[in-house]
Write a protein that binds this ligand. Sequence first.
Ligand code: SF4
Length: 496
Amino acid sequence: MTFCKNKCADCKSVCKMNEELLNREDDFEGDIIHDECGVFGAYDFDGHDVSSTIYYGLFALQHRGQESAGIAVGDTNGPKGVKCYKDMGLVNEVFNNENLSKLNGDIGVGHVRYSTAGSSVRENAQPLVINYVKGTLGMAHNGNLLNAVELREELSYTGAIFQTTIDSEVIAYLIARERLYAPTVELSVRNAMRRIKGAYSLVVMSPKKLIGARDPFGFKPLCIGKRDNTYFLSSETCALDTVGAEFVRDVEPGEVVTITPEGIFSDKSLCQEKHARCIFEYIYFARPDSKIDGMGVYESRIIAGKILAQTHPVEADLVVGVPESGNPAALGYSIESGIPYGNAFIKNNYVGRTFIKPKQGERESSVKVKLNVLKEAVAGKRVVMIDDSIVRGTTSARIVNLLKAAGANEVHVRISSPAFLHPCYFGTDIPSEDQLIASGHSVEEICKMIGADSLGYLDVTRLSEMIGGKTDICDACFTGNYPIEPPKIDIRGEMG
Ligand code: SF4
């Protein structure tokens, strides 16, 4: 593409739009979609402490949330009560030997958080611990409720005093309130689920039971694992591998699973036929070494790459993936097309939360600090660059620019998801339409705006092939077909 050098003030041309994308102050993180949370639970029937195991489990789930981390534990044979430690930061920033050693108990739940409902402050960190007349509950939640505002108001009018601004506290209150009438804690979880609407995977600990629950649509993953006499609940199977546990099975959408030394009990009374598993878990959120509902995430990304090669072929010398989730899709594109696969990017994995973003005008950019291009790999080549998504376009424009600056002759961008056209209300921060580049521009326009030589998205009609042809998926951010009617007002953000 030729860039106009005139730079007229009122220019509306594509090269001007490309320049604007390259110079926009959005930081790299602002152009990345985040999941809300990861949850992990453990119950050791032999009575050993579980807090360090939960710590390692949370480590493996760190990609699902980097704002805060927490662990709550109880002792099923000792004094009543729950010990909880949580704070802002990554798992290894929040926990140390000293605070972990004080968390002794044989049953516990853990949480890593990225905020999509409620602000990013310590009070909103999880697990939540609720003391009520029947005892103490610890709870961790992944997802987003659609009716949290109404429920919160209703609970407030009947005396509930909320300590946080997160929708998860509404669930914890409902469970505690239902427990006043229900004969068991698992029934109170089930009864609370009848009242809440939205996406949720829960791990709940009562004094003697570990409970896992998944919303009837199954938006968010949750699975069960086992190691000797210890049982686990986890957002993803990669955390079971990390703690040396074997995968037992997924919790079914709508199921309430109760883990006790007497056995694992299942309540499927809220299970329904219609499911809506988040397809973006496979495209981007989940770790590639996880399996969700029987389908390997790595395998599903390879399939996406193969489909892209079939639907958007191009003559090129090299296929590269934008780390990390673009890599398996790039391999799939290479396998299908026969174009060699290679590495073009070196990612700096040590850019933490406290990274000081370069100011506009500084020669460093957030993208350049995080990604460097291997010049010798791309110089003089026609490159197919595979990424998982385009949000505002800023990051794509910058990465294409990096490849061209490194000497790539052509850059053909292929995206292993369909174009984002609608926001998500189910626990991820896909923004409103006005911030999504695909919502206001054609593929040709976006291609020019990001400075690519061609652009192709995964065809929305072929999404289900990524997970073996199962069609019980949520694809609302691409199609606008929301499995549950979205709220009239944007409920994502501060509550209360
Ligand atoms: S709208 Fe998109 S990100 Fe949200 S649950 Fe559905 S598929 Fe996942």
